[in-house]
Design a protein around this ligand. Structure first.
Ligand SMILES: Nc1ncnc2c1ncn2[C@@H]1O[C@H](COP(=O)(O)OP(=O)(O)OP(=O)(O)O)[C@@H](O)[C@H]1O
Ligand SMILES: [Mg+2]
Length: 420
């Protein structure tokens, strides 16, 4: 505990002195950015009576698992009066004996933030916010208990075009850059600690743009093909009979003008997913599509993972008598889950899509997810890592599948660990 206080140095000492209206502390993963910010809030709360500080993140839930853990474990001294009150995930603030308060909120709860005024606002993982969120937060700075008022944040670098990077480039936000050597837990007495070496070698092992951002700490854009590991020679396989006891999962992406995509996946006991059959068609009603599926006489799935169309799900449930569940649609997490799975756990039967939609053939559009994957690219003009939203319907299904399978196997792991 004291160790963290004493060893606040380098760029973190600069942060403690900084009184600019806007400041960003950026850097690769694990340099101690959040710890420094939280320590600073604690010091300010103790020094200036009756001040109001805000710890904020995109969602309140994500704060319980990150910032508040650090705050309670490493910053707030044991038996400190501010510990009084509810547990981490239902906490709304930490109250200090001198009348200062550190409020905790997500921008997903604007009512809570907009009804109050603050002296200083700290946004954890500030790149998750929209620029508008940041500007609205800044309007809440007028409590007047500090000699300065400030909105600040921390983040790992993202895309160069991200609004926060541009804000630093054009001078509206002061940029402070942290390195791994700034963190005494990783680097001490002129050398890397054993933890430091282990941690850095993990970061060094990341690939592509994640390595550039989290290990090197540079703003960098993901470019080109999203699934550049996809290789027909390994990922497309000759069909084989699926054993009756394998899991089956259907995934559906509804389309009205766009193609309607339905996929039947078979999951081996060692968690390899095979796309056995795919239906990929445009310009019919959802009822027509679902009736076409009914006529295919298919083995029943354990789950039907769907895009969020109410009418579409209703049609599936009524006509096929299956229960549907909503897909998890977080684009970045889904893409990462598919990328991991492409290393030996995702395959496509060569004959999965048997009849290609003549309208799509005519219009030179992809007619199956296999025909999408080689053209599925990062959008070079976006400020976030986003795919170009075009010819991505089969790709959406792959994301939904990977998220569903990762979610269920996590649950199974938990269940197993409970059984011991
Ligand atoms: N000044 C310090 N003294 C000792 N240990 C520290 C210090 N700062 C950070 N640490 C330790 O280093 C680890 C990483 O710290 P922290 O989470 O603050 O880094 P971060 O830069 O916010 O990481 P991320 O990029 O993942 O958000 C934590 O385990 C923390 O306890
Ligand atoms: Mg952090």
């Amino acid at each position: 505990l004291n160790k963290i206080q004493i060893e606040m140095r380098g760029v973190f000492a600069q942060l403690f002195r900084c009184q600019a209206p806007e400041v960003l502390l950026e850097g690769p993963a694990g340099t101690g950015k959040s710890t420094a910010w939280l320590m600073r809030l604690h010091k300010i709360a103790e020094k200036y009576p009756a001040c109001r500080l805000l710890i904020c993140r995109k969602t309140r839930a994500s704060l319980s698992e990150s910032g508040l853990v650090t705050f309670e474990r490493s910053i707030l001294p044991a038996r400190h009066p501010a510990r009084k009150g509810p547990k981490r995930n239902s906490r709304t603030s930490y109250s200090y004996p001198n009348g200062s308060e550190i409020v905790v909120s997500g921008v997903d709860n604007p009512a809570k933030i907009l009804s109050t005024e603050f002296d200083l606002i700290y946004v954890q993982e500030a790149t998750e916010l929209e620029e508008e969120d940041w500007e609205v937060l800044a309007t809440r700075l007028r409590n007047g208990r500090l000699p300065f008022q400030q909105i600040g944040g921390d983040c790992n670098p993202g895309r160069p075009l991200h609004w926060l990077n541009r804000r630093c480039d054009d001078g509206r936000t002061v940029r402070l850059v942290s390195r791994h050597e700034d963190n005494p837990w990783l680097f001490s007495a002129g050398d890397w600690t054993p933890w430091g070496r282990a941690y850095l070698s993990t970061l060094e092992g990341l690939s592509g743009v994640r390595r550039t951002r989290f290990f090197e700490g540079r703003w960098a854009a993901a470019e080109g093909l999203i699934y550049d590991e996809f290789d027909r020679r390994t990922h497309v396989v000759s069909p084989f009979p699926i054993p009756a006891d394998w899991r089956r999962v259907w995934v559906v992406d509804f389309g009205f003008m766009n193609p309607f995509v339905w996929q039947d996946w078979a999951i081996s006991p060692s968690d390899e997913a095979y796309l056995v059959r795919e239906y990929y068609r445009s310009e019919r009603t959802v009822i027509d599509h679902v009736e076409a599926l009914r006529d295919m006489d298919l083995p029943r799935p354990e789950a039907v993972v769907c895009d969020h169309s109410y009418d579409g799900r209703d049609a599936l449930e009524r006509i096929l008598g299956v229960r549907t569940i909503r897909a998890r649609k977080e684009v970045d997490l889904g893409i990462q889950a598919v990328q991991r799975r492409l290393r030996g756990r995702l395959f496509v039967f060569a004959d999965a899509c048997r009849d290609r939609d003549p309208i799509l053939v005519e219009n030179r559009r992809p007619c199956s997810s296999l025909e999408e994957v080689g053209g599925y690219r990062w959008d070079p003009h976006s400020d976030r890592d986003r795919p170009i939203k075009e010819d991505d319907h089969g790709m959406d299904c792959w994301r939904y599948l990977a998220m569903y399978l990762d979610g269920t196997s996590a649950k199974m792991r938990v269940a197993r660990s409970f059984r011991g």
